[in-house]
Design a protein around this ligand. Structure first.
Ligand SMILES: Cc1cc2nc3c(=O)[nH]c(=O)nc-3n(C[C@H](O)[C@H](O)[C@H](O)COP(=O)(O)O)c2cc1C
Ligand SMILES: Nc1ncnc2c1ncn2[C@@H]1O[C@H](COP(=O)(O)OP(=O)(O)O)[C@@H](O)[C@H]1O
Ligand SMILES: [Mg+2]
Length: 181
């Protein structure tokens, strides 16, 4: 079953430099997404289904914010390359391309869909944001906001899942990693 498969892969910790995408997020949707490079996409657990996830995100060593993440081919735009794009639920004063984005994926919301209009896509994303905000207030999810992954960018302890460009790792210390779905 799909949800069982997802539960085995979460939480997933990853880190990478923010790269340019197609420039649609802000301009067409009004919802910017910080795109990860291919190296991070390729380091996703191979059987993690595409879809919309939620969790926590941090730019460089800044504050940790709630986030929603789209993983896949964006069927509405028919992308040819799989992407991983994070919308951080926070207003930033400026863009942060080339910064290091660290995320912890904690839960799954839905699969990627095609939509008959841009407005329908935007409404779906806004529902995802509302769902993420709610779920991340749960006691078990809040713990991850304070995870050492966000304060310890240089050293890895635990199972290393990706090393691009900094170390991304799974750290099971002190947290029940299977308690989220
Ligand atoms: C929470 C969230 C949900 C999304 N859901 C879908 C979806 O169901 N179908 C889809 O085609 N794209 C979806 N997208 C991806 C948008 O189409 C994408 O963010 C947009 O194309 C921006 O791409 P860009 O970063 O290359 O500019 C979603 C994005 C986010 C942040
Ligand atoms: N709340 C936010 N979440 C994600 N990215 C943001 C946010 N605020 C500003 N940005 C900036 O907007 C960029 C993403 O905008 P987007 O239109 O999706 O462009 P691109 O197609 O290049 O990814 C990010 O790389 C980041 O620099
Ligand atoms: Mg983007």
């Amino acid at each position: 079953m799909k949800l069982d498969k997802i539960m085995k892969c979460l939480p997933h910790f990853c880190r990478g430099v923010v790269v340019k995408g197609f420039g649609r997020g802000s301009k067409q949707l009004g919802i910017p997404t910080a795109n990860f490079p291919d190296s991070v996409v390729e380091n996703l657990p191979c059987d993690l289904p595409t879809g919309i996830y939620y969790g926590w995100a941090q730019v460089n060593s800044g504050e940790v914010h709630k986030m929603v993440l789209s993983v896949g081919w964006n069927p509405y735009y028919k992308n040819e390359k799989k992407s991983m794009e994070t919308h951080i639920i926070h207003s930033f004063n400026e863009d942060f391309y080339d910064s290091v984005l660290s995320i912890i994926m904690l839960g799954y919301i839905r699969g990627e869909e095609n939509f008959s209009s841009l407005d329908d896509l935007i409404s779906a994303i806004n529902n995802d944001i509302a769902k993420a905000k709610f779920e991340l207030d749960g006691e078990e999810r809040i713990k991850y906001k304070h995870h050492s992954f966000f304060s310890d960018h240089e050293t890895s302890h635990g199972k290393v899942s990706a090393i691009q460009p900094l170390k991304a790792h799974l750290n099971n210390d002190a947290l029940d990693t299977n308690s989220n779905l």
